[in-house]
Design a protein around this ligand. Structure first.
Ligand SMILES: Nc1ncnc2c1ncn2[C@@H]1O[C@H](COP(=O)(O)OP(=O)(O)OP(=O)(O)O)[C@@H](O)[C@H]1O
Ligand SMILES: [Mg+2]
Length: 262
């Protein structure tokens, strides 16, 4: 099989830089599984982990920066890095064309639209497409599916898999599913997903959140709570972009579209 360079470095590696195992465990328990996740974090987030002193946090950040390439690269190197990106087919040719080939890897794609326009349907299709080989528009990967609305339908997946000529049983095995209830739960699930994605030997190609806005709209109301509402959402997005730099899709309702929410 073709070897891919890992786009992340596990926190365990920081042991080589003199960070002790007990502190690494604290980091992992707090959802920091990779050096990248530490580099992306604010110092205050690391300080909020019980048992990590100022000094330790500084040492951890320094070690993490060294093991990741968090510095400057030339434009040539950047282009080289981005060569491994690909587009995941949605299964619909016209939609792929509109997206410039499909859903872009290493990125967040947000689908929004009127209620019952087919967002959930698209999520189901993508969950199967992601597992297909590249010559069929897929990404040869497993899928994390986070469902905030209770609209996930395994039997629909089965139909889609069969229509693509792949085993429905295999397709179902390759999707890990969680029902999500609140925005805080979503943050926790994304952290768990991140840790699953780096610990599982199998490659994950896609994280789906259907939908992301619903839980935030319920948990935070009115303009007064707008900044509070945006903050965890941005953090969710960072978590989602973290870890593996793979394909992501999340499809909320249209912001402000009252009809499609709860
Ligand atoms: N491409 C399609 N062809 C035929 N029927 C479809 C297609 N896409 C969706 N549907 C049907 O349309 C209905 C709504 O689709 P879906 O649940 O995916 O919409 P949605 O945008 O997720 O809605 P909501 O805003 O309520 O979450 C469903 O009954 C679904 O089976
Ligand atoms: Mg839906």
């Amino acid at each position: 099989a073709e070897e891919e360079a890992m786009p992340y470095s596990l926190v365990e590696k920081l042991q080589d830089a003199g960070i002790n195992a007990a502190d690494l465990k604290k980091l992992k328990d707090a959802g920091f599984n990779t050096s990248q996740s530490i580099v992306f974090a604010m110092r205050k987030d690391l300080l909020s982990i019980k048992g990590l002193s100022d000094q330790k946090v500084d040492k951890i950040i320094e070690a993490a920066r060294k093991t990741t390439d968090a510095g400057f690269v030339t434009c040539t190197q950047l282009v080289q890095k981005q060569k491994s990106r690909f587009a995941l087919s949605t299964g619909a040719t016209k939609l792929d064309q509109m997206l410039g080939g499909g859903v872009e890897s290493c990125a967040i794609t947000e689908f929004f639209g009127e209620f019952r326009c087919g967002k959930t349907q698209l999520c189901h299709s993508l969950a199967v497409m992601a597992q297909l080989p590249p010559n069929m528009g897929g990404a040869n990967g497993k899928v994390v599916y986070i469902d905030t609305e209770g609209t996930f339908r395994p039997e629909r997946l089965r139909q889609i898999a069969e229509s693509k000529g792949v085993s429905a049983e295999a397709a179902m095995e390759n999707i890990v599913y969680a029902r999500c209830y609140t925005s805080e739960h979503l943050v926790q699930l994304l952290l768990e997903a991140a840790s699953l994605m780096v610990s599982d030997d199998d490659r994950f190609a896609l994280v789906i959140v259907d939908s992301i806005m619903g839980v935030f709209r319920v948990d935070y109301s009115g303009r007064g709570e707008l900044s509070e509402r945006q903050q965890p959402r941005t953090r969710d997005e960072q978590v989602a972009e973290d870890e593996r730099g793979v394909q992501r899709g999340r499809r909320p309702h249209q912001p402000g579209d009252g009809r499609s929410g709860r």
